[in-house]
Design a protein around this ligand. Structure first.
Ligand SMILES: [Zn+2]
Ligand SMILES: [Zn+2]
Length: 301
């Protein structure tokens, strides 16, 4: 995902289902937060088990880098923490930014009005068939993410994105390792822009599960290139090349879903007859390995 689109269990914007979030003044906020945490965990747990099973089998037969299985990967605890915290963080911030966007851009402050505003989208985009809105969302989001990802590989933003690249044993569970700043200026920001533009949140019902599976898939330890389809959709080998060091020719394969952007803008890299096998950042030996250190890392630079 890309600035991998990788928020397991991030799902729908949940606006209509969670009016209490901005009614918080007259509700019990701690109860709301605990309830939201419980709901997120209940949503993420079964998805995690399913992904673990699928990618254990695939890596057993088609490993890109034979060796230790994902459950013996270095920094597994760190990745598990991100895996469960990121969906919660994404959910809270997505709702917060949608509320802020509606208030600032459309002057909507009333809770019922807000729910009606986002319920089925608004304006011309919301009148397109849902399948067309889904395609539009997928393509527009991927295009924006491509450029945001390139931005994160440059100067001042790299320290936030370096966390995602600090995984030495890249595997499906690495997919959620993102600094919150990277998420806000990445998937969360892009989702909010498109929903505020009017696309119906209903498209998330289809795109949410696809994005979760696909971002875990491109990080999985699997040697699939999908033959000629490598130009159509991002594969594990395509994205694993992105995780190799800059010295190895990094700064390539920025696309989350469609390698077309990399082909068009000259950043596509899939060397023939060889597979990537070294991952991480240039200052790997001094890079923090646990989540707290990683979250603080950009602010200490
Ligand atoms: Zn990157
Ligand atoms: Zn990645």
């Amino acid at each position: 995902m890309v600035l991998c689109r990788s928020e397991p269990g991030s799902g729908t914007p949940e606006l209509a289902a969670r009016p209490g979030f901005w009614y918080a003044g007259r509700m019990n906020l701690p109860t709301e937060v605990v309830e939201m945490l419980g709901q997120t965990l209940a949503k993420v747990a079964p998805v995690t088990i399913a992904l673990a099973l699928v990618f254990s089998v695939l890596a057993h037969f088609w490993a890109c880098n034979p060796g230790r299985p994902w459950w013996r990967k270095r920094e597994l605890v760190t990745d598990v923490c991100y895996w469960f915290l990121v969906p919660l963080f994404a959910r809270v911030f997505r709702i917060g930014l949608l509320v802020l966007g509606a208030a600032l851009l459309f002057g909507i402050r009333d809770a019922d009005e807000l729910i009606a505003f986002y319920d089925n989208g608004h304006g011309p985009l919301s009148r397109l068939p849902l399948w067309l809105q889904a395609i539009l969302f997928l393509v527009a989001a991927d295009f924006m993410m491509y450029w945001l990802h390139r931005m994160f590989h440059g100067g001042g933003f790299w320290k936030y994105h370096a966390i995602h690249h600090s995984s030495e044993d890249v595997d499906w569970i690495s997919a959620a390792r993102f600094h919150p700043v990277n998420l806000l200026l990445g998937t969360i920001g892009v989702d909010v822009v498109l929903l505020t533009a009017g696309i119906s949140p209903g498209v998330m019902l289809w795109l949410g599960p696809f994005n979760i599976f696909h971002s875990a898939f491109v990080h999985a330890n699997v040697n699939w290139t999908l033959g000629p389809f490598k130009y159509v959709v991002a594969t594990p080998v395509f994205h694993r090349w992105h995780h190799t060091s800059r010295r190895e020719g990094g700064d390539t394969n920025f696309a989350g879903t469609f390698p077309l952007w990399d082909i068009l803008f000259g950043t596509f890299r899939m060397p023939k007859g060889t597979l990537p096998d070294q991952y991480g950042v240039d200052d790997q030996s001094s890079f923090p390995r646990e989540i707290i250190g990683q979250l603080a890392y950009p602010f200490r630079k």
